[in-house]
Design a protein around this ligand. Sequence first.
Ligand code: 5GP
Ligand code: MG
Length: 179
Amino acid sequence: MEGDIDRILIDQDGLARRVREMAGEIAACYPDEDTGLVLVPILAGSIIFLADLIRHLPMKMKLGMMTVSSYAGAVTASQDASLTRDLNIDITDQHVLVIDDILDTGKTLRLVGQRLRERKPRTLRTAVLLRKPSKAPPDVMADFVGFEIADEFVVGYGLDYDGHYRNYPHIAVLKPEKY
Ligand code: 5GP
Ligand code: MG
């Protein structure tokens, strides 16, 4: 796996520091006495970010899962997002925080936002680890952003290419011949 990596953009120490900081920003937004927080991770890219983030969040919460696919197989260009597994928990009148790995074209979070708003949550916010600012659409905002990155395809820390590299501990770019 290491031999496929061209360069590391954000190493695991940098990720750990920023994720801890983000947890502080998020915790400040949701007072502990205010019950009914539901985190909705978008599977599977957000799993490592989610696991690290929630262990720094002190408040009571539930987790609901959603699966959205935008990449089929060995492609790096975002396609139309489609919901492959819907939310498995009731969010009516709950504070909902969507967790995703990366905000690119915004198709994924636009679809997720539409689906979740139909269920009348009390509040709806979004936290993403990464954002590609060159493409970020004005109608899809993330309330919490870990890092802004340039417009290149990244892997690691949960993000895959054709199913691989989710377990690579850093955010990295593959060698050109691997795409
Ligand atoms: P969007 O729908 O905003 O274009 O893309 C969001 C989804 O596409 C993310 O949840 C992620 O799964 C995938 N994605 C976007 N950019 C990248 C990238 O650079 N690397 C990887 N591995 N996935 C990406
Ligand atoms: Mg995704």
